[in-house]
Design a protein around this ligand. Structure first.
Ligand code: HAM
Length: 407
């Protein structure tokens, strides 16, 4: 039997990389006032249908949806923003000081066609700031993702930035774009034509439609004065910290909830799936989910892609303080007790568990790169595997190691 297509086991050697991402995210995000949240693995399907949007690929064909046994439709979370907004509403977080800043590191599920860097179960680290429309929140959010990617050594990272305006701006623009697409229908691929009314903006995502889209009206040129000022301020703040970005007037993200600022980080170190992380503002999402109008902004980055973009790293084995070897089975209980005492003292300790000869046990201690080897025989011998020093019959092995370590 194998793991299902598009999923993979995370083996012990891969854990230290994962932990590096988790520690960096915690340090960087909590240092900026974000607090960790974990929402359930599955939610009511309606949350994503409403939140992510009926016309998106995610909702149309990528959700793992099932009946919960009681006739209710549930879906394995394909993304984290809608669930975090649901939690914000459910727990009355609007009563807290705004914006409420939350981060997560969780697994997500999309029934996509698996390929390099694209999985059906993957991990995202994400950050959401809900309750403020200040452009400084946008700039701070973007800078934090850049800081995280830098910290983790992602290579060839580029930032693209755009603005989609408010819902009203988009509606007006949508009509202009639909008119343009209809007028050029004969040069567009069928899947784009089929979605002209449903989601005309997605035409910018199609490589085949690219020649036609070059001449299409651009949303950035049609922003309202408020939206344009908001976008200008975001850029001013990014400029103030010398963060490099490219303005991309065709940046469309695959989720419907975005308003105003949108951004995407790509890495040249990745293949076709070059998006390392992305996000944007979603000022209408909480209301769409039945709450009061509440602005919000955030991003998510794929953990597997961050690691791919950072290249191979040697895995560091956890150090072992003590390995306890024993000469014959009658000493097993003594070895067991010694390991127990050492662990209670906060040391990492292992004992022989596979019936090896004393010589085999010494080799095993070397293999584990133990700092101390304790051999229980007629006498108790403590040996430093770092210096070769041997100490015979110490009164308490654990106390003696503590003392030696302090010297
Ligand atoms: P997204 O762009 O759909 O945004 O996903 C964010 C990141 O998750 C991508 O840039 C990519 O690194 C990773 N990712 C997505 N799908 C897969 C996959 N099938 N396999 C591996 N990695 C993948 C969102 O999910 C939004 N919720 C981001 C956001 C937060 N916007 C506002 N707040």
């Amino acid at each position: 039997m194998r793991a299902p297509k598009g999923t993979s086991d995370l083996l012990p050697d891969q854990q230290s990389d994962r932990e590096r991402v988790a520690h960096a995210a915690q340090r960087i995000l909590e240092g900026a006032g974000y607090r960790r949240i974990e929402t359930p693995t599955f939610e009511a399907t309606e949350l994503f249908a409403r939140g992510v949007g009926e016309s998106t690929d995610i909702v149309q064909k990528e959700m793992f949806t099932f009946d919960d046994g009681g006739g209710r439709s549930m879906t394995l979370r394909p993304e984290g923003t809608a669930p975090v907004c649901r939690a914000y509403m459910e727990h009355g977080m609007h009563k807290l000081a705004q914006p409420v800043k939350l981060w997560y590191l969780s697994s997500f599920y999309r029934a996509e066609k698996p390929q390099a860097g694209r999985f059906r179960q993957f991990w995202q680290v994400g950050a959401e700031a809900i309750g403020s429309d200040d452009p400084a929140v946008d700039a701070e959010s973007i800078v934090l993702l850049q800081t995280l990617l830098d910290d983790l050594g992602s290579e060839g990272v580029r930032l693209r930035l755009g603005s989609l305006g408010t819902a009203e701006t988009r509606e007006r623009y949508r009509e202009h774009l639909i008119a343009y697409l209809r007028a050029n229908e004969e040069w567009l691929p069928k899947d784009v034509v089929d979605r002209i009314d449903l989601n005309p903006l997605r035409a910018f995502d199609s490589d085949e439609a690219a020649p036609v889209m070059e001449g299409a009206p651009k949303l950035l040129d049609e922003l309202s004065p408020d939206d344009a000022e908001h976008f200008a301020e975001v850029r001013r703040l990014l400029d103030a910290v010398d963060l490099e970005y490219e303005i991309d007037p065709t940046l469309v993200r695959g989720l419907d909830y975005y308003t105003r600022t949108v951004f995407e980080f790509t890495s040249d170190a990745l293949g076709a799936q070059s998006g390392v992380g992305g996000g944007g503002r979603y000022d209408g999402l909480v209301e769409m989910l039945g709450g009061k109008p509440t602005p919000g902004i955030g991003w998510a980055a794929g953990v597997e892609r961050i690691l791919l973009a950072a290249g191979e790293r040697p895995t560091a084995e956890a150090p072992v303080d003590i390995f306890v070897a024993y000469a014959h089975p009658a000493l097993r209980a003594d070895a067991f007790q010694l390991v127990y005492d050492a662990r209670r003292e906060g040391m990492s300790a292992q004992m022989e568990l596979a019936g090896r000869s004393l010589k085999g046990q010494r080799k095993q201690a070397d293999r584990l790169r133990a700092r101390w080897l304790v051999v229980l025989d007629d006498a108790v011998v403590l040996k430093s595997l770092e210096t070769g020093q041997e100490i015979t019959a110490p009164e308490s092995v654990v106390a003696r190691i503590r003392r030696e370590d302090q010297l």
